[in-house]
Design a protein around this ligand. Structure first.
Ligand SMILES: NC(=O)c1ccc[n+]([C@@H]2O[C@H](COP(=O)([O-])OP(=O)(O)OC[C@H]3O[C@@H](n4cnc5c(N)ncnc54)[C@H](O)[C@@H]3O)[C@@H](O)[C@H]2O)c1
Length: 253
């Protein structure tokens, strides 16, 4: 096991499940101190237990990425415990299936609030803390292939993820002079809490596999490896404002 993130202090949102949990696990294995965030308290406690078994220092807070004050409190807590913040992996999001004809305003606002405004709130607060403490770092936001291709039944979700991609590029340009690299990842279909209902349908796994170029779907670990690559200055140091497609080749077909 490498310890390429040794001593780094990283915040991971949406860590109660799926990719967030996978990212927190991989970073802990690589020696990072990880602060995990998710309003889903039970899943968060399970992730904390997994991380404690691996070792390393863990902070776990059951907060929403839409709550700016709570995010500020978390940042202060991380700064007091570990002296500052080196990175953020922002995975927290929700999915609501509805096309543009059916999406009601309440659903639209809920999805945009969590997925897009939440990305702004966490990124804005973490970046300000890095700039104020003159600390270099990296931010990885999880967008989606829905940010770049048209998918049916996902109007608000697609719009939110397109926004995450655009916000990441804008922040990348602004923050590079401060030594902060911002990138985003566009996963295709990944086995996680968000997709477990779909995968329970008969034949769904096979259908999903057939829709990819590689013939297989990604795991949270695959996404975590890509996050670690982008976070690490040695591997991702020259990658800025990039949207990395980790999608089993869905978008090249
Ligand atoms: N699973 C896929 O196929 C897929 C594909 C493309 C992109 N994504 C994106 O990947 C990221 C991770 O999702 P996942 O697939 O691991 O799903 P998941 O449902 O397993 O994980 C998402 C986590 O976000 C948390 N969350 C929800 N609202 C939150 C809030 N207000 N504040 C903080 N956390 C909150 C949930 O509690 C959950 O633990 C999301 O941004 C998702 O949109 C997923």
């Amino acid at each position: 096991m490498t310890e390429s993130m040794k001593g780094k202090s990283i915040i991971v949102t949406g860590a109660a499940s799926g990719m967030g949990r996978g990212v927190a696990q991989l970073l802990t294995e690589r020696g990072a101190n990880v602060a995990i965030v998710d309003p889903a308290g039970k899943g968060l406690a399970e992730t904390k237990e997994i991380l404690q078994k691996i070792g390393g220092e863990i902070i776990a807070e059951p907060i929403s990425v839409t709550d700016l004050e709570a995010v500020h409190r978390l940042i202060s807590q991380v700064q007091s415990a570990w002296g500052g913040i080196d990175g953020l992996v922002h995975c927290g999001a929700i999915l609501r299936y509805a096309g543009s004809l059916e999406t009601d305003l309440e659903t639209w606002r809920e999805v945009i609030e969590v997925n897009l405004t939440g990305t702004f709130i966490v990124g804005h607060a973490v970046a300000n803390s890095m700039v104020a403490s003159n600390r270099k770092g990296a931010i990885v936001n999880i967008a989606s292939v829905a940010a770049v291709i048209g998918l049916p039944n996902l109007a608000a979700y697609s719009a939110s993820k397109g926004g995450v991609a655009a916000l990441s590029r804008s922040m990348a340009v602004e923050l590079l002079p401060h030594g902060i690299r911002v990138n985003y990842i566009c996963p295709g279909f990944v086995e996680s809490g968000m997709t477990e209902d779909i995968l329970e349908e008969e034949g769904a796994r096979e259908r999903m596999r057939k829709g990819t170029a590689t013939g297989d779907i990604c795991s949270p670990r695959d996404i975590a490896e890509a996050c670690a690559f982008l976070l690490n200055e040695q591997t991702g140091g020259y990658i800025v404002g990039n949207g990395l497609m980790v999608d089993s080749g869905v978008t090249i077909q």
